[in-house]
Design a protein around this ligand. Structure first.
Ligand SMILES: *Cc1c(COP(=O)(O)O)cnc(C)c1O
Length: 380
């Protein structure tokens, strides 16, 4: 196998991280909720215009908090797309909830809102729209369906920080939303995440759940003279060292976004001819959306062709990768009774999608090589 010369992803470090890490270490407060955690949270609250953001150890942890906040249990159903990361499902599966999978839309590859009315039941507690690859779900339709039936909405915005739908940030529509700062995301601190709380009535319990079921957050604000065990909970706070790293990324969000946009547009231009020839389909940003350019994918016409292109690129030292295997066809999904053929768009997209390298430090020359290699594949 050829050595990988162009990786799929390379986590970007702006440089400022090291200074902030040193400052955090010297400050003596490196556990959770230190000065950098507060700065990150305040910056996100201000940028998004939301009442409360709580940093978490991961996007997964934020999803688990959401399940605890809504007291999801074995009597409850949650609706989510099959085409998503395992944590979207697992956070609710951990609470014993029944997973009701839905298909995705062929253009956005995000939850198909038209499928919702046919999936909701008396037992539906939560809908989880997953925003895929730099665009996302039609949140007005999702919220309309949920609100009319008293169903809660948790946006999985792990990939969607910086995406707008109808001039409003994704992550600001649902009762709750989760972000991820995993090293594969646009802004990252290795492992990290956040819970966005749009429904103010959930703030106090969210702080308790995140602090091992204690009212410690209130205590630190001087609102109570001692802290104690008041509810269930766990430890979902990241170290302030991680927050220090993340703060440098948040401060540079504009520069990082501009670079990704540039790379995305170069791919679009370079591969546009192949799309016009009907060889493949490129990502679409439907009207009403502003993308954060998280993923640049190709949708090949046939699964077999996708696999051949992946190997063709790999032989040239370029790492292009497929994405989610449908959750409904995973061993757990099948154990829940799901079968092939139930979600045709999910199954077809999963077998035909290939993601190309896209990261801040991808050079023009390397990107040119990727475009050339994809073009050569269709000539050979
Ligand atoms: C990355 C991701 C997650 C999980 O985030 P972690 O921070 O890795 O736990 C959840 N959902 C989606 C859609 C993701 O892309």
């Amino acid at each position: 196998m050829a050595q990988i010369r162009i990786p799929f992803n390379k986590p970007y470090v702006t440089g400022k991280e090291y200074e902030y890490l040193a400052r955090a270490a010297e400050s003596g407060h490196i556990s959770g909720d230190g000065p950098f955690s507060k700065r990150c949270q305040e910056l996100l609250e201000k940028d998004l215009g939301v009442p409360r953001v709580l940093l978490t150890t991961s996007g997964t942890a934020a999803l688990e908090m959401a399940a605890l906040l809504f007291r999801v249990g074995a009597e409850d159903e949650v609706i989510l797309p099959s085409f998503t990361f395992v944590s979207t499902a697992n956070a609710f599966y951990l609470r014993g909830a029944r997973l009701v999978f839905a298909d995705i839309k062929p253009d956005t590859l995000s939850l198909d809102e038209d499928a919702l009315p046919g999936l909701v039941s008396e037992r539906t507690r939560v809908i989880i729209p997953v925003h895929y690859g730099g665009v996302g779900c039609q949140m007005d339709a999702v919220m309309d369906c949920a609100r009319r039936r008293g169903i809660r909405v948790v946006e999985d915005a792990a990939q969607a920080l910086g995406v707008f739908y109808r001039d409003r940030s994704l992550g600001t529509f649902g009762d709750l939303a989760v972000l991820s700062f995993h090293e594969t995301k646009n802004l990252q601190c290795g492992e990290g995440g956040a819970l966005i709380i749009n429904d103010r009535t959930l703030i106090e319990r969210a702080e308790i759940i995140r602090e091992k079921g204690t009212d410690r957050s209130k205590f630190f604000r001087g609102e109570t003279d001692k802290y104690t065990w008041v509810d269930l909970g766990s430890s979902y706070l990241p170290s302030d060292l991680l927050a220090a790293f993340l703060f440098a990324q948040l401060e540079n969000a504009g520069d990082i976004a501009a670079r990704r946009r540039r790379l995305f547009e170069t791919y679009r231009e370079g591969l546009g001819p192949l799309e016009r020839q009907g060889r493949l389909r490129l990502p679409v940003i439907p009207s009403g959306y502003r993308s954060n350019f998280h993923i640049f994918y190709l949708l090949l016409n046939e699964p077999e062709q996708r696999n051949r292109l992946m190997h063709f690129l790999r032989a040239k030292g370029i790492l292009a990768v497929f994405h989610y295997l449908p959750l409904h066809l995973s061993p757990v999904g099948r154990s829940l009774g799901y079968k092939e053929g139930q979600f045709p768009v999910t199954e077809s997209v999963s077998a035909r999608l290939l993601r190309l390298p896209l990261y801040y430090e991808l050079t023009e020359a390397d990107q040119g090589e990727v475009i050339q290699a994809v073009t050569d594949f269709f000539r050979s």
